[in-house]
Design a protein around this ligand. Structure first.
Ligand code: MG
Length: 451
């Protein structure tokens, strides 16, 4: 069957594959799947957000659902609202997360506020493709109301799960860069509640993203790195467009790779209780080292935050997340949460009494090298099978693509979910060895693609 939902909801370029017509039909399909009841609706500040959220709302109401419009809020804020109000059928968020300006998307949430399980998405896809929409009659059409309480509820939830007094005592200076995304309405206020001196960059919600693109990569955070140094701040924090991810800059203005913030937060979370940490197969070994030392263990999954979140729920994990700054604190909720991640990182700084650069420098050090090899979509499966044959007899893991373990490093080769290429990730103790492993991985793909 053709798929409607990708790894992170439905995404497309507005006016091309993401249109009002599509949004109405998706709203109707989700509404049909949910049946009668109430559903939360939210959006990020993208220019097409008001148009698409009204179209989705019309579809949901046409099927008889009451729509509670939370307005422009971060995705994890909407998820928390659904999670706390246990009686909702679920939620819908209009967002394209970290994608460029021209994109938008539709993300469906289940009754716990989690990104929907694949089986539920399939049920919605069946309704959509077979056009088996439930249509309410004139007297049963759903109502629409606004609820402006989601932000306050969310911020109080975060503050209840960190040591507010310890953080306030440190009187940290923080530069927040929400990219003009949904984090503008939460993170600066959260930081102020935590006693920080707050400077904001790209702090006005603006779907044109005038200051920088929404993905918090090193290439996009030059201004933040600069301002952290200029302002003599203790750290900088950047979100993606819907603020479910948080990436940090240390007090020297250096970009802190997501593997390192993940490791620092894992150590802090496990210190209290030990336990299981869930992360995709692509995350750095620094996480294994830190978790082992803290008496916990690591479970590896396929790449994708919904997969990590589901595995955490199923296994009763203490902590989990991805190297892109998407981090999950299960006592708060089973989804990536940029606001919670910021608060927890401030707690780490307050407790350890050291600078972020010193904490990062004390972690085990690895070098990572990434490459990409073009592979036509029609050769994808054959290439994967060829790879498995080529690495026979070696120590491999096939959770997602093929990961080859060597005594002094590893190389992972996996097909991209969105582009006609295979991604190669290699990690080792030295840059030279990482480079050699990446070259070997790329060469294996080139041999496998030929068959
Ligand atoms: Mg996001």
């Amino acid at each position: 069957m053709t798929r409607l939902f990708g790894t992170n909801g439905i995404r497309g370029v507005v006016g091309q594959d993401m249109t009002a017509d599509l949004a109405v039909r998706v709203g109707r399909a989700i509404g049909t799947h949910f049946g009668r009841g109430s559903v939360a609706l939210a959006r990020d500040p993208r220019l097409s957000g008001p148009m698409l959220s009204r179209a989705v709302a019309a579809g949901l109401m046409a099927s008889g659902l009451e729509v509670i419009d939370l307005g422009m809020v971060p995705t994890p804020c909407a998820q928390y609202y659904v999670h706390v109000h246990g009686h909702l059928k679920g939620g819908v968020v209009i967002t394209a997360s970290h994608n460029p300006r021209e994109f938008n998307g539709i993300k469906a949430l289940d009754a716990q506020g989690m990104e929907m399980a694949r089986e539920e998405e399939e049920a919605i896809e069946t309704v959509y493709f077979e056009e088996r929409y439930a249509t309410a009659d004139w007297s049963a059409v759903g109502d629409l109301r606004s609820d402006p309480s989601a932000i306050d509820l969310y911020l109080r939830g975060i503050l209840s799960r960190v040591d507010v007094e310890a953080i306030r005592k440190r009187r940290l200076t923080v530069v927040a860069d929400p990219a003009s995304g949904a984090g503008c309405v939460t993170t600066p206020y959260l930081l102020r509640s935590l006693g920080c001196r707050v400077l904001t960059l790209n702090g006005q919600p603006d779907g044109a993203f005038p200051g920088r693109l929404p993905e918090p990569t090193v290439e996009h955070l030059g201004d933040l790195m600069h301002l952290v140094v200029e302002a003599k701040a203790d750290l900088g924090v950047a979100h993606d467009g819907d603020a479910d991810r948080a990436i940090f800059v240390d007090e020297r203005g250096a970009f802190l790779y997501g593997d390192k913030s993940l490791a620092l937060l894992a150590r802090s979370e496990l210190a209290k209780r030990g336990g299981l940490v869930v992360t995709p197969v692509s995350t750095s070994s620094v996480l294994d080292d830190v978790v082992r030392e803290a008496g916990g263990h690591v479970l590896r999954t396929k790449v994708g935050s919904p997969i990590v979140a589901r595995a955490m729920l199923a296994q009763g994990a203490a902590f989990g997340g991805e190297e892109n700054g998407g981090i999950i604190f299960p006592e708060h909720q089973f989804c990536r949460d940029g606001g919670m991640t910021v608060a927890k990182m401030l707690e780490v700084l307050a407790r350890e009494g050291q600078s972020l650069s010193a904490l990062a420098a004390a972690l085990p050090q690895y070098s990572l090298k990434k490459e990409a090899v073009p592979v036509p979509v029609e050769r994808r499966e054959a290439t994967l099978e060829g790879l498995v044959r080529l690495v026979k007899g070696r120590k491999v893991e096939t959770i997602d693509g093929v990961k080859i373990h060597e005594a002094d490093g590893w190389v992972l080769v996996r097909p991209s979910g969105t582009e006609p290429l295979f991604r190669v990730y290699a990690e080792a103790k030295t840059p030279e060895r990482a480079q050699a492993l990446a070259a070997e991985g790329a060469e294996l793909v080139r041999r496998a693609v030929k068959g």
